[in-house]
Design a protein around this ligand. Structure first.
Ligand SMILES: C[S@@+](CC[C@H](N)C(=O)[O-])C[C@H]1O[C@@H](n2cnc3c(N)ncnc32)[C@H](O)[C@@H]1O
Length: 301
């Protein structure tokens, strides 16, 4: 029997070729750039998708479903929209938002990706150039550095942070507060700082309180620390006049990392959430975290 010929290697899709009738792959949307999805390794060279990329895309779409209406809201009031994505990594989120929404805009709208790993920033810069996405910039900065950087405008409309590690989500909140962002879309990663302080202080003044049972065992310290961190973040946002909505991000493999926090600036009354935040800090022996979760009152001092 003749050996069968090796299958011909599929050619990569042409740059700019978009999906028109995506019936056989419902995950891919009308107008999406096929070659971009290939470069992001969401599609293989022969246009197929594996389990992992299917899950990644599902998560990004789920987020996009929340982000798209916010971008439209901004554009209903202004000529252009700016979005900063913190802890961008390979910038799946930024590229997919750009491809689905920003690409069609003919204005000064812009997406900035902030990421400390220079090789990821360089790769994203290359991709933006390759696909002629002029409204995308990537900066090799930490979130904290970007808050002071002159390379970013004084005001930003939408701030996203998808699994920005540890305290980078807190820094992203501080960035958004400083830039007077109208919207924040945050999916926090584990934050170890609060758990460390809980652990350090549990033998002190709070020792007699039965409440410390909630975080006595190390695994509980970690989980409770994560949860209380997000509670404090929400209170901090409310204490700065934001309306906060907390929901779930679908299909996430780590149960402690599936919280989606969407904050909308509404200039709401700040006093009550600010007092509640201080009370939670005091109740749990976390007073030293007051700088991290500063409220307007503290910031003004
Ligand atoms: C878990 S990855 C998430 C990447 C991307 N957002 C996603 O969901 O695919 C976290 C990224 O945040 C970056 N990072 C961590 N701390 C950071 C900081 N303080 N400032 C900027 N980037 C940071 C890491 O280098 C990493 O690429």
């Amino acid at each position: 029997m003749k050996p069968s010929k090796p299958a011909a290697k599929a050619a990569p899709a042409k740059i700019g070729a978009t999906v028109t009738g995506a019936d056989n792959m419902p995950e891919i949307r009308e107008g999406q750039t096929v070659a971009l999805l290939q470069e992001l390794h969401i599609l293989t060279r022969d246009g197929k998708m594996n389990q992992d990329s299917r899950r990644k895309l599902k998560q990004v779409y789920h987020l996009y479903q929340f982000i798209e209406p916010l971008l439209k809201e901004v554009l209903a009031e202004k000529d252009s929209v700016s979005l900063v994505d913190h802890g961008a990594g390979k910038s799946y989120l930024g590229f997919i938002i750009y491809d689905l929404f920003f690409k069609a805009l003919n204005d000064n709208s812009h997406i900035y990706g902030i990421e400390t790993r220079e090789e990821l920033v360089a790769r994203s810069q290359e991709l933006a150039k390759q696909f002629k996405f002029p409204g995308m910039s990537f900066l090799p900065l930490s979130v904290a550095e970007s808050t002071e950087s002159k390379l970013l405008p004084d005001q930003i409309d939408v701030v996203t942070a998808l699994h920005a590690c540890n305290t980078a989500t807190d820094d992203a909140i501080h960035f958004a507060l400083k830039k007077k962002a109208k919207y924040m879309v945050l999916v926090p990663c584990c934050q170890a700082e609060v758990a460390t302080v809980l652990k350090k202080n549990k033998g002190k003044s709070l020792a007699k309180s039965a409440l410390t049972e909630i975080w006595r065992h190390p695994i509980h310290t970690r989980e409770f620390g994560s949860q209380i961190t997000n509670v404090l973040r929400c209170l901090q946002l409310e204490a700065h006049g934001y309306h906060v909505n907390v929901t779930e991000l679908v299909g996430w493999e780590h149960s402690m990392k599936n919280e989606l926090i969407i904050a909308t600036y509404k200039n709401l009354p700040r006093q009550r959430p600010s007092e509640r935040l201080q009370e939670v800090l005091e109740t749990l022996g976390l007073e030293e975290m007051g700088n991290r979760f500063f409220t307007e009152q503290v910031a003004k001092q």
